[in-house]
Ligand binder design. Sequence first.
Ligand SMILES: Cc1cc2nc3c(=O)[nH]c(=O)nc-3n(C[C@H](O)[C@H](O)[C@H](O)COP(=O)(O)O)c2cc1C
Length: 176
Amino acid sequence: MKTIVVYYSNKGSNKYLAEKISNKLSCEIEEIKPRMNIFLLFLMKIHLGIKPLKHNIKDYDKVILCGPIWMGSIIPPLRSFIKRYKDSLDKLIFVTCCGSTDSKKYEKFGHGLVFKEVESILKDKCILCQSFPISLVLPDDKKEDSDAFMKTHLNDENFKGEIQVIFDDFINKVSN
Ligand SMILES: Cc1cc2nc3c(=O)[nH]c(=O)nc-3n(C[C@H](O)[C@H](O)[C@H](O)COP(=O)(O)O)c2cc1C
């Protein structure tokens, strides 16, 4: 099985997660590069698409797509990736380090709604969606604190405990 991790990250958590997945699976990795990487313009829904990937997506059995969620939506670089490569890819696994918790995943800004949209675009090609809410690395009294989760990024210091268990379980599922 040939797998590639493809990711976009603004503040580094999804880069960290993507690299961790690729290291664990010993598979290739490539960053999605928007033609124009200006965060504020993304939020205004001004987006000029992405640069072509160096790797040929048709060469892989599984693509692990990793990136954040903004405003309850598939972010523009990931949406462009899906649009451009959906016919070339065989199976896709969608992974996000996001702000929303599992208990709020179906609320307006929750990752559950984004997962549903990814599944509805890719149909059977989407075989798994996995969230790594940033609250997993926050202390109990800060888990619902939006200020704390916006300021927190994944790193070697905080990637332990519950998030590590979810990660190991994810790697098991993806490897089988
Ligand atoms: C403008 C903005 C909007 C966001 N909106 C959401 C959201 O709707 N749902 C969510 O789960 N997280 C949301 N987040 C949190 C990010 O998904 C989270 O901080 C993520 O870990 C950032 O990933 P990165 O470090 O790879 O850029 C938002 C973050 C920003 C900056």
